[in-house]
Design a protein around this ligand. Sequence first.
Ligand SMILES: Nc1ncnc2c1ncn2[C@@H]1O[C@H](COP(=O)(O)OP(=O)(O)O)[C@@H](O)[C@H]1O
Ligand SMILES: [Mg+2]
Length: 366
Amino acid sequence: MFIKNLQLENFRNYTLETFDFSQGVNVLTGANAQGKTNAAEAIFFLCTGYSPRANKDKLVIKNGEERAKIRGVATSNYGDVSVEIRFNKSDKKDIFINEIEVLKIGELLGNIHSVFFNPSELKLVQEAPEDRRRFLNISLSQKSKSYFYALQRYNKILSQRNNLLKEPDTYLIQETLPIWDEQLVKEASKIIKARNDFLVEIAPIAEEKHAFLSGGKEILKMKMESGYKGDELEIATFLKADLKANLQKDIRLGFTSIGPHRDDVKFILNGDDVKIFGSQGQQRTVALSVKLAEAESFKNKLGEYPILILDDVLSELDKPRQKKLISSVENMQTIFTATHIDRTVFKGKQFKQIVVENGKIKMVKE
Ligand SMILES: Nc1ncnc2c1ncn2[C@@H]1O[C@H](COP(=O)(O)OP(=O)(O)O)[C@@H](O)[C@H]1O
Ligand SMILES: [Mg+2]
């Protein structure tokens, strides 16, 4: 899959600009704060309906303007698809696929796929389990609508269950809870199974990517920390029993203490927990390896690679790792952003350079 063009209208620091991308490697260059990440962000928006910068939607509207628009045309195995998102000050966005409005994010997902990586994605390795669950959710939701809808239902049921746990009338809790738990377990087991499968799939690929990027010096192991294994039915049985066993504790806490909302992923490098013992450089390589493995998982599941967006990643790697990274993205459309192009790193490689300056395309070189 590749994105052919991207049109930005009053989006962040752009007034009106159209990017034409090559099917291979694209490098957006320019000094700091010129609009490179803004363009990368716009592509991710078209895929998922939300910003990787996690701001409020209306903040993307160019200062002083009333509305903004992003539009892109991508080509997949199934032909061309156009996605357009219109933003307005009320913070509600309108989404159009092939000119037809869709009312749910679920309908946007799966039209254009991408894997996004930038320096703040280091939180995938460094920070709270929530960041790792977000990674799992975004990746799985792009590939499977049924995962996305199961997650939506799960979150809704979970918050209703948590409200019930705070209820002073314990009799009411005992009476009503089994009904919630039945539904909760149904969605939870789908989510856990999909995450387990995903991890089993990407762990060996990420481990291989990491060995490659680190020149074979480091051995990565990654695994899911959910504690539930087996098929959906087995997961459901164990989870149900655990919910029952934890009921008094949950009532005391006023929230549900077990379930997929507590899942985590562990990264082990040369035997040690990367989160605690890894250097910045090692953590960065782990996060990048996981993202490259994620790209492979799209290929495995959907038969084609996603658009790989690597924002500000090159500058953070040493030259040997930069070269290795560039050689490992040759089979998919890649959009790099960088302040400049190091000719020694790109030597012998074909790429399209798009220079941006102050929200405008200043120059294009192929
Ligand atoms: N809503 C907005 N309206 C106008 N300018 C914006 C808006 N949001 C961000 N910007 C500007 O975009 C610039 C940052 O662009 P960015 O793409 O992050 O830069 P870089 O080229 O370094 O990646 C900043 O100058 C910022 O002020
Ligand atoms: Mg940037």
